[in-house]
Design a protein around this ligand. Structure first.
Ligand code: ATP
Length: 384
């Protein structure tokens, strides 16, 4: 059993969502979520706008009542508890600092409300944690966006929540500041060791910070795992397209030989590791990430045993410094993306005929009955 003090804070325990559901009228925003977020982890709920991330967070914080299901913190069922009785704090995108209070008082707010008399030491140590002790007497408007967000974080952390919820916390910051804050947030989470649940539509942000990512789609969890697992071994076309980019090629399983699966696609024979191929027969969608694909002009230069697609033509070559990004059109009309690291190799110009190839161990096989475009173009305007 976890212990609890008068403020409703409890020590220890995972955050567990059991059959958590939220319906607005006939619309199901969050659909029967089953999720355990280990104590002390940095967890990201990642998904396009409208997939139900914020609604999930609001149910955890108590701002929204679930239509069904339960929320547990450790052994405690907190589903019916009022927001202020939950050991949970939220940091929002729009910092929500008190403009009339200085930074010190903003951070001290939670302690004072709980009747703590001597706040100095705790406030100072929180300001040290976010490295803003020297700005204690400034007003929020005298701070930059990134600094304000760090104060919002300090103000939440001083309450010693068991779980800190972060709702698109870096959304209002420009790109460079966002990168800095991602590193900062990760450092702070490691230092305080609390459970952080971070909601974002930005896949790079989720991958930079989280130990575990749950990809949400239409109120459900599509796949959950470490950033590497999700990226290297996506389980659905939605995840393959939403998290990074994927080349997805429809084909048919021709047979299995040892630990490899043979696939026929566009009349060519390709292979994928059986351990990375979800279907065992019938239609399959073969996937490979653009940076695992290479192009050569002469077929003789394709390494032995590599998967190859011949007769492609470069239709675009964009040099972006660290790499050149090619778009190669196959005779089938399909386009393959290739990211070639800038190691000084000659850039192939549009119009050049090339062979596309990759190591079979780098591909993955997905259920071929899915929508091949799922997750490809969602959230374009907000993901920018
Ligand atoms: P975003 O990234 O845009 O904030 P989200 O994934 O956080 O999106 P939610 O805010 O959880 O999405 O909303 C999920 C769905 O539920 C949306 O379709 C939204 O329109 C709907 N929804 C949210 N709140 C309400 C409400 N109070 N009444 C009716 N529908 C709602």
């Amino acid at each position: 059993m976890s212990t609890q003090d008068v403020a409703g804070r409890s020590e220890g325990g995972d955050l567990r969502l059991a059959g958590l559901t939220k319906r607005f009228g006939s619309f199901t925003a969050v659909d029967n979520l089953e999720l355990t977020i280990p104590q002390g982890s940095f967890f990201a709920l990642l998904g396009a706008s409208g997939c139900g991330k914020t609604t999930t967070l609001r149910m955890v914080s108590g701002l929204e009542a679930p239509s069904a299901g339960k929320i547990f913190l450790g052994d405690e069922d907190v589903t019916g508890r009022r927001p202020y009785r939950r050991p949970v704090n939220t940091v929002f995108q729009n910092y929500a600092l008190f403009p009339h209070l200085d930074i010190f008082e903003n951070v001290a707010f939670g302690l004072r409300r709980r009747g703590v008399k001597d706040v100095k030491k705790q406030v100072e140590s929180m300001l040290d944690l976010v490295e803003l002790g020297h700005l204690a007497r400034r007003k929020p408007t005298q701070l930059s966006g990134g600094q304000q967000q760090r104060i919002a974080l300090a103000r939440a952390l001083i309450n010693e929540p068991q779980v800190l919820l972060l709702d698109e916390p870096l959304g209002a910051l420009d790109l460079k500041l966002r990168r800095q804050m991602q590193i900062e947030l990760k450092r702070i989470q490691l230092e305080v060791g609390l459970t952080f649940v971070h909601v974002t539509h930005d896949q790079e942000e989720a991958m930079t910070m989280a130990d575990t990512i749950a990809v949400m789609n239409q109120g459900r969890i599509e796949q959950m795992g470490s950033p590497e697992e999700l990226y290297e071994n996506p389980g659905t076309t939605f995840v393959a397209n939403f998290l990074g980019q994927s080349n997805l090629i429809p084909g048919t399983i021709a047979g299995t030989s040892g630990d490899t699966v043979e696939v026929t696609a566009h009349g060519q024979k390709l292979t994928v590791l059986a351990s990375r191929c979800r279907p065992t027969s019938g239609p399959v969608i073969l996937g490979v990430r653009p940076e695992k694909v290479q192009i050569v002009v002469a077929e003789a230069d394709v390494p032995e045993g590599a998967n190859r697609l011949t007769g492609g033509v470069v239709i675009d070559a964009s040099f972006i410094g660290v790499s050149t990004q090619y778009l190669v059109k196959l005779p089938s009309g399909e386009e393959i993306s290739v990211f070639e690291q800038n190691t000084g190799r000659e850039i192939q110009r549009p119009g050049t005929e090339v062979v596309v190839h990759w190591d079979p161990s780098q591909g993955f096989g997905l259920d071929g009955t899915q929508d091949i475009e799922a997750g490809a173009d969602v959230d374009e305007e907000s993901a920018a």
